[in-house]
Design a protein around this ligand. Sequence first.
Ligand SMILES: OC[C@H]1O[C@H](O[C@H]2O[C@H](CO)[C@@H](O)[C@H](O)[C@H]2O)[C@H](O)[C@@H](O)[C@@H]1O
Length: 613
Amino acid sequence: MGSRIEDYAVVGDLQTAALVGRDGSVDWLCLPSFDSGACFAALLGDRQAGRWRVAPAGAGDCTSRRYVGESLVLEQTWETPTGTVRVLDLMPPRGEAPDLVRIVEGVEGEVEVESDLVVRFDYGSVVPWVRHPKGRWSAVAGPDALWLDTPVRLEGRDDRTTSSRFRVRAGERVPFVLTWHESYRKAPHPVDPEHALQETLRFWRHWLRGSTYAGPYEAAVRRSLVVLKALTYAPTGGVVAAVTTSLPEALGGVRNWDYRFCWLRDAAFTLQALAGAGFVDEAKAWRRWLLRAAAGDPADVQIMYGLDGRRRLPEHELPWLAGYEGSSPVRVGNAAVDQFQLDVYGEVLDGLHAARSAGLSANDDAWDLQVAITEHLATVWRRPDRSLWEVRGPERHFVHSKVMAWVGFDRMVRTAEEGGLDAPLDRWRAERDAVHAQVCEQGWDAERGTFTQYYGSRGLDAALLLLPRLGFLPPEDPRVRSTVRAVQRELCEDGFVVRYRPDADPEGEHGSVDGLPGTEGAFLACSFWLADALALIGEEDEAVALFERLLGLCNDVGLLSEMWDPHLGRQLGNTPQAFSHVELVNTAIALGAHRPERLRTDDGTDARGCGPG
Ligand SMILES: OC[C@H]1O[C@H](O[C@H]2O[C@H](CO)[C@@H](O)[C@H](O)[C@H]2O)[C@H](O)[C@@H](O)[C@@H]1O
């Protein structure tokens, strides 16, 4: 069996990323890009789906681990009866080709270490040919080639794997460099592992100097910023939602989706978090990505795109993979790409407005796109949609979607007013007021004292927690307070928030509003929204207590996946997930703003649940 989701740490090079278990096994790596086929897919199958373990022979999990400083260089340490070794894992900023570098370092005594390399291209389905040209090791199949450079002797085994055993004494360092290249090209030049290590440490140190966040949660916020940067695809500026596909939203269930794409929604939130923490360059890069991806008729704007802005992301299943702890099917591609989700227009317009407020210079192309989106919004906001939760049940008039339509018009009116820009302000104001009136009339359940999931629904939606933050109603409005309390009553499990109750609409397919069987864990981003909303309605102690509990769900190296199972006490869903880390950052910033006295430099005691940065 593979590791728990929270047992994985991530290393990446801003084009792809690997997941490393506490047992020293790299169980997930797609090369050359986040959305390429995986050459290590044991995460979703077993060892034969591909993995690379480097650890003391016969040992289990590492004794301790951490990231070196604030970098994305992972250091795992094993204390064994004969001595202590460390394994450093990193993916250096990319030169000629992507590299995964692993350096075994003897700390004390002498330890026998084993490397067990199982390469299976195309998500575990293709066994490569292994060769030793000019003393190097290479594995080739179809378009893919991997090259391994190491001073240790490598042996092929009958089960088409490559292993080696070697002894490491205190002070010795044994490197491995695994490099991907197109199979039809000449062999790549091997990188110097020690130089790559220094470069990688320097890169992250330098990048984090740009952070302007100062406050009580500095370690957790800075780790989240590093994760968000690692989820940014450097060549295009696109931001992936997570590095994995099909980690389940409920163990053993079917809610398994591919997150290795750029959602406008997730990216707009990411942009706000990065811009709010001082990273204006990343915000600019994403705006350029958006302008390219969304170019053309605004009616054709999609809710998500590929890393380079491609539009077709067909969803299919990989039946040869059993799925994480038997959670099948494993899917690649994402059928939500074709959905109509009304909220995205508002999210993009809100994100661009916030980015401008955070110091992004005006851009004529961006303004043209904003105007085109707003004009399109005016023609579609009365339509039902599939909402930010991408339900696979019927389209409905989701309240949050309408609220986001209001946000879209509101931000455009404000941008035009603030910048003295030429715009049809009266018409946009009229649309804004019409959405507002409709939501307050049809989205409010006076009997139960709450806004609802969709017009006429008995169910609630955690996205309603965003009402005060978005400015749809002031936090003092009694409807806001009572909706927040209703969400707490009806959508909380052990204090954490589920997105909605799938069975609140028993007439839908599978008896659920989302058209899917089963349930799911608490959604971490929504739980951060609750902390935010509580602070806004004046319940600051409750907000801080919840936020600090949420920090406690970070794994030992500060990572969050999408969800939390409050019954099993385990992380669920794709990992590490931008949405969760974005809201960690946004809520930390918001809590600091509500409680200026908390805005002090971290003394190192407040990074609850997050390992030393
Ligand atoms: O729950 C069903 C849907 O789950 C995924 O969507 C979720 O993840 C997206 C990426 O982070 C996020 O933008 C969205 O708000 C979430 O609901 C999945 O991608 C969908 O295909 C699926 O229908």
